[in-house]
Design a protein around this ligand. Structure first.
Ligand code: MN
Length: 174
């Protein structure tokens, strides 16, 4: 089966791409988790931010894809829905787990993946779930109980940009 050996993304291969988490003070503070796939940044707005605590499930609202050029954006957004300021809160590489087709996994509403960032790492899952309102934008973000898990871990204790070392307040003032 020599054809199989040359397949670039056969099941089990690690397709590694970039991820970023922006800390975005808009009308409400939230974190934007963005995974590079299919030539865009597929994005979820996470009001409470990602956590390494495997006991916590946080809401992640699936929002519009962003262009790859937004990857390391840091600054003030003057107008529009996102009006406010944003920092590159974390960045690094990510790889899908249990699938070689993450675009399909997102369409199907369940994506398992590994993050390799400076603040967050380990196995996460995004699962489309809103049993009460049944809003298809509403997903849950969870961290598996792996060697990177930390009980009680709070993203707000690490407020500085991994790109510039600045806080949101410092970016807004500059
Ligand atoms: Mn945002």
């Amino acid at each position: 089966m020599s054809e199989l050996a040359s397949e670039p993304s056969a099941p089990g291969d690690h397709v590694v791409s970039r991820f970023v988490v922006h800390r975005h003070r808009a009308r409400r503070l939230h974190y934007d988790l963005r995974l590079e796939m299919g030539g865009v940044l597929v994005s979820w707005a996470v009001p409470k931010g990602p956590t390494l605590d495997p006991a916590v499930r946080v809401l992640a609202v699936h929002v519009d894809d962003h262009e790859l050029g937004h990857y390391d954006f840091e600054g003030v957004i003057e107008s529009g829905y996102g009006r406010g300021d944003a920092i590159v809160w974390d960045w690094g590489m990510w790889a899908p787990a249990k699938t070689a087709d993450p675009v399909r996994a997102v369409a199907d509403g369940e994506l398992h993946f590994d993050l390799m960032g400076e603040k967050v790492a380990g196995r996460f899952a995004l699962i489309r779930s809103d049993p009460i309102r049944r809003d298809p934008r509403n997903w849950l973000l969870v961290h598996k109980n792996d060697e990177h898990a930390v009980r009680g871990w709070d993203p707000e204790t690490l407020p500085r940009s991994v790109k510039s070392g600045r806080t949101n307040e410092e970016v807004a003032a500059d």
